[in-house]
Design a binder for this molecule. Sequence first.
Ligand code: GMT
Length: 373
Amino acid sequence: MKIGIVLYPTFGGSGVVATELGKSLAAKGHEIHFITYSQPVRLGSFKENIFYHEVTVSDYPLFEYEPYETVLASKMVDVVKHENLDILHVHYAIPHASAAFMARQILKSQGIKTPFVTTLHGTDITLVGKDSSFEPVITFCLNESDAVTAVSESLKQDTYKHFSTSREISVIPNFIPIQEKPSEKNLACRRRYAPDNEPILCHISNFRKVKRVQDVLKVFAKVNEFKKSRIILVGDGPERYSLQELCRELSLCDRVIFLGKLRDTQQVLELADLFLLPSETESFGLAALEAMAVGVPVISSNTGGIPEVNLHGVTGFLSNVGDVNDMAKNALHIIEDDETLQRFKKNAVLRTKDFDIQKIVQRYEDLYKKVLS
Ligand code: GMT
């Protein structure tokens, strides 16, 4: 098949999932055309069957707000027509689904039939999308998409709760490549961040309010009181300044390592013993799954789709949002002795087999075939 994938090219989970999906489909012989405004961070170097089409908006002085959605729709029309695409798959509803609808209508007027699949990722429904400034358009696009998928059962239910649609939504969870053999811990590298007897905790996010990064630090402070540890923070965003201030207030600066944004987080995760994800809401929690894939148990909130990934008492623990005491208690339980830690690590890796990229990508292929037939 020739598939157009529309995505956010940034570090966010939806962009990562869309890029990895496209790479995997390309490896299976499909022709993939990524359409977005800059090169997707996970795209990497040249690969067979992959094409990238950049959407460029001109900054005409009349435009206080650049009409990205219009230019994107035009680009979709152009790519579909000239590359003979079979189907469009848009990740994140705003504004990709409405641009796809517009493109489909334009193509239809020219006698070209191109269906589009919309994948909902989370904040396009739970935070931004349900706002009345977006809601009518999102509802319309959900109804008009040729197929709609959500990355968790929780997100599917949230969609029905917030939007008046009875549209069928297929749950296709996010995925991870399964490593045949776990990679060896790079001890020399680990020692640059912590002595051997100190556990390393880790958090990766876009440091937005919804991630509750202050809770990450509060949990760490409590853990550190009982067991000297370190924490590595990956990512950047609006809450970073206040987080750095909190670090100073708690006198933890020498134990907290801010790495900033990273294209690939696997090597950092391999240094860690525990992953913290105390988010306010999370449709799936891809960062947690990526941690589990390299054997890092997860201490998280019990919100949204996280319980569909992190199993309480098996791959980590779930606590109520904001309950930093419970999170710290659970973290200490996992790292208190090596036997417990190893058990959780093993369970975490085993759990990720349910999210094997090979199985999940097949489900998207089946969906495309169904839509096209
Ligand atoms: O986590 C973010 O804020 C980024 C956001 C995105 O759209 O890129 O992530 C959402 O999609 C990811 C991939 O499906 C999910 O793993 C995240 O849980 C989801 N974020 C939220 O729901 C807050």
